[in-house]
Design a protein around this ligand. Structure first.
Ligand code: NDP
Ligand code: PYC
Length: 343
């Protein structure tokens, strides 16, 4: 038996679970919004399934449930610095976004550095939020060491997601967002829970041999997508969104946390760009030219990234979000027992 909730009902339930577990409202609201967005858009690897990890991290004392993020840069700085105070990343991002957008519009480009945040979420909610300000965006962050570099066999890099957004006047932005590993770790965990094998080429076991067993993969190493290309992109993310911003790299995160069973703590880099400022003085409107490019892609029968998500969102907006019995029973348990419900 399934249960269907409206988006507002599910958002309210998630927020109440987080408050019941002890998160302060300043943390619970943004965290609930990002989890709800995952469920609404059919992005199950970052939907309600992430609640347990967030609450386990809170119970282990590895995230501050009462952290109040602060913007620490001065007005007019091109680098907007947000100290997450060892809370979750989403409250820090929401706080810094208006400052970032204002500065990017003023200068054509601005960056937001978020430090000391616990991060479990997908990045597309963030690039979409920047694109809603009429800005293009790049967002990236490390994770913890679970991915072998191309040619290696032991975990070193993170699944390090990279997301990009381009605003499209009057319609949803062009957005892609993917792990630089073959798949997000959440996908492997979902295979494990479902008792299904992984596709070939996703992972190595602890002896460095290819495996399709999710348990062996979680104990071993995941692989970067596209061989040396994904490996280099992932390394770039370690450099820009960890080393450059003075925060932890994926191997350092694992050392500090001591487990991949909790949500990782590190930093995040968000870059916002105003396309019309870059194109100033050149022929053609960048937004119209982008539309011509998107139309040409679709004319070949290819789909744009995020179209599946936007379609799922339409369905959810019209008919609500359907949860399995196991999911709704688990949410009820989390609401009733708070942190006692998680290991
Ligand atoms: P997917 O492989 O599921 O999707 C990657 C992107 O490609 C999406 O934008 C998707 O759009 C698009 N896409 C998929 N298939 C096609 C297609 N046939 N044609 C065009 N576009 C397509 O992503 P991952 O499993 O790699 O990552 C999932 C999520 O995990 C991401 O949101 C990422 O941010 C998150 N993550 C977070 C981490 C963290 O540390 N916080 C670490 C790693 C991952 P669509 O959604 O519409 O299918
Ligand atoms: O799915 O790989 C992942 C992930 C790691 C941290 C948050 N999501």
């Amino acid at each position: 038996m399934t249960t269907t909730l409206t988006i507002a009902e599910l958002g309210d339930l998630i927020e109440r679970i987080l408050l019941r577990a002890g998160l302060a409202p300043v943390q619970a609201g943004p965290v609930a919004r990002v989890i709800l967005a995952g469920e609404r858009d059919g992005a199950k690897s970052h939907g309600v399934y992430r609640l347990d990890g967030a609450l386990q991290t809170l119970k282990a004392g590895k995230v501050r449930g009462d952290a109040v993020p602060r913007v620490t840069s001065r007005q007019g700085d091109a680098i907007i610095r947000v100290d997450a105070g060892f809370g979750f990343s989403s409250p820090a991002f929401e706080l810094g976004l208006p400052v970032l957008a204002e500065q990017a519009r003023a200068s054509g480009i601005a960056a937001m550095v978020v430090n000391d945040c616990t991060h479990f979420s997908a990045l597309w909610p963030e690039v979409e939020a920047v694109a809603d300000h009429g800005l293009a965006a790049l967002v990236m962050c490390p994770s913890y060491a679970t991915v072998a570099p191309a040619g290696g066999s032991r975990p070193l890099l993170g699944t390090n997601p990279l997301a990009f957004g381009w605003p499209r006047p009057g319609r949803e932005p062009y957005v892609f967002d993917f792990a630089t590993s073959v798949a997000a770790r959440g996908e492997i965990e979902l295979h494990r829970r479902a008792g299904t094998l992984l596709p070939d080429g996703w992972a190595l076991d602890r002896d460095g041999q290819p495996t399709t067993d999710p348990d062996a993969a979680l104990e071993g190493a995941m692989l970067p997508f596209g061989g040396h290309k994904g490996s280099a992109l992932s390394t770039m993310i370690e450099l820009l969104a960890a080393v450059m911003i003075g925060d932890l790299t994926s191997p350092e995160v694992l050392e500090v946390l001591g487990t991949t069973g909790l949500s990782p703590v590190h930093g995040e880099l968000v870059i916002a760009l105003a396309p019309e400022r870059f194109a100033a003085g050149r022929e053609g409107d960048p937004f119209a030219r982008a539309e011509a490019l998107f139309a040409a892609i679709e004319a070949q029968g290819a789909r744009l990234p995020s179209q599946r998500r936007y379609a799922a969102r339409k369905v959810a907006l019209a008919g609500g979000i359907t949860l399995t019995k196991a999911e709704s029973d688990h949410l009820a348990l989390l609401l009733e027992r708070g942190l006692d419900a998680v290991g």
